[in-house]
Design a protein around this ligand. Structure first.
Ligand code: NDP
Length: 391
């Protein structure tokens, strides 16, 4: 039996993880489950998965969680520190599936424990990739990518001989606005932006897919996960989401991982690693595939992609600013305060401005991330001078 904790259990990836665990009866013992404030869903999951401990980040949700778990023997707690403590309880594998930078400290706590860590939560890797990978080397924690593209690369990557690899190719569905004009995209509503054609996901990553910020974040994520220089990371539009990504070798061989667009497959890969386990996920029907297409992305319509390469060239502070500005802008768009095209414009303003901070320590990164967020919020409410111009 593998002991497992799920951080962000009530979200889209958390629920798919619960599905995989439920269908693999006898393989996993659930230790801790966490959520932000959805105490109802968290309590139900804790009971059905037989978890030992349930934690909400939002202290206002504690009383409800406690009442729902009363008499079950499942202990509960609330608050940011309690979340970090839950992530620190020794397990064989942790699923890191919180959305955004809120997942950074729990992720670092899980890594410090030395068990394997399956990472879906890409934002901490983007903003603190060096620290995350260094901590894993120090504790011996095995990092297993769950993002379908990075999971695909992990599966076909020659980890023993990376010098034979000439490039990695991330595939991108192109999101719901692939064929849209820039003018139509500018008028896109939150409901249209979260309606992804192939994947069912949480709201933030769905908007990120529509702006292609998601692919931009993934370029940076791949850089840290696979120690790949940015010039060896390419993106191809592949609207069918069947080829999840590819690795090209020096001799011209291209190895790809294929599968139905169902997160339960990469999740099962990570949870079972190094073994393969069954999943309730959809199977790929190869005979039903009439068309697999690949095309270069339109970098003018989706400026997030060149921004990711510019951030990697600029250094870790730009990556922190890129992620933080995007999180704030996406929240503003979902709340109806910003137009869709303003997301990319605001993120560009943030990374082009004179923002600098300590990115060598966890506290430094959290402080700098917070500074960028405050600056972007100030800009959104009309403070044109919020961003200082570079040099
Ligand atoms: P969801 O929005 O569906 O779920 C997010 C989870 O994080 C929920 O459990 C939520 O709790 C919790 N959470 C939110 N805010 C906080 C906070 N401040 N503190 C603690 N917990 C918090 O997200 P997804 O499952 O879609 O995505 C999770 C991560 O995985 C993201 O980083 C995303 O980019 C990545 N990812 C997702 C994929 C997908 O298919 N969904 C695919 C690949 C990567 P509550 O329910 O209480 O709000």
């Amino acid at each position: 039996m593998k002991r497992i904790s799920i951080l962000g259990a009530t979200g889209s990836v958390g629920q798919s993880t619960a599905d995989v665990i439920a269908s693999a009866r006898g393989r996993f013992e659930v230790v801790a489950l966490t959520a932000n404030r959805d105490s109802e869903k968290l309590a139900a999951m804790a009971v059905s998965l037989g978890a030992r401990h349930a934690v909400v980040a939002d202290e206002a949700a504690f009383d409800d969680l406690k009442a729902r778990l009363s008499g079950t023997g499942i202990t509960c707690a609330a608050g940011a520190d309690a979340l970090v403590q839950a992530a620190s309880v020794p397990v064989d594998i942790t699923m890191a599936a919180i959305v955004g930078m809120a997942g950074l400290r729990p992720l670092m706590a899980a890594i410090a424990g030395g068990g394997a860590v399956a990472i879906a939560n890409k934002e901490p890797l983007v903003a603190a990739g060096r620290l995350v990978m260094k901590a894993a080397r120090q504790s011996g924690a095995k990092i297993l990518p769950v993002d379908s593209e990075h999971n695909a690369i992990f599966q076909v990557f020659d980890h023993a001989r990376p010098e034979g690899i000439s490039r990695i190719i991330l595939t991108a569905s192109g999101g719901p606005f692939l064929g849209w004009s820039a003018a139509d995209m500018a008028r896109a509503t939150p409901a249209q932006a979260v309606a992804h054609p192939n994947w069912s996901m949480g709201a933030k990553i769905s908007v990120d897919s529509a702006t292609m910020m998601n692919k931009a974040l993934e370029i940076i994520e791949a850089h840290y996960l696979f120690s790949m220089p940015s010039e060896k990371i390419d993106v191809l539009i592949h609207p069918q989401s069947v080829v999840h990504s590819m690795v090209e070798y020096r001799d011209g061989s291209v190895l790809a991982q294929l599968g139905a667009p169902d997160m339960r497959t990469p999740i099962a890969f990570a949870l079972g690693w190094p073994e393969r386990i069954d999943t309730p996920g959809r199977r790929l029907d190869l005979q039903a595939l009439s068309d697999l297409t690949f095309a270069s992305p339109d970098k003018e319509k989706f400026p997030a992609l060149p921004m990711a390469y510019a951030c990697l060239a600029s250094g870790p502070a730009a990556c922190v600013a890129f992620n933080a500005a995007n999180e704030v802008a996406v929240a503003g768009f979902l709340a109806g305060r910003l137009g869709f095209s303003e997301i990319s414009r605001i993120v560009a303003r943030a990374v082009e401005s004179d923002l600098s901070g300590d990115v060598e320590t966890l506290d430094g990164i959290c402080d700098f991330d917070n500074t960028v967020r405050q600056t972007v919020k100030s800009y959104i409410i009309g403070n044109e001078g919020a961003f200082a111009k570079k040099g």
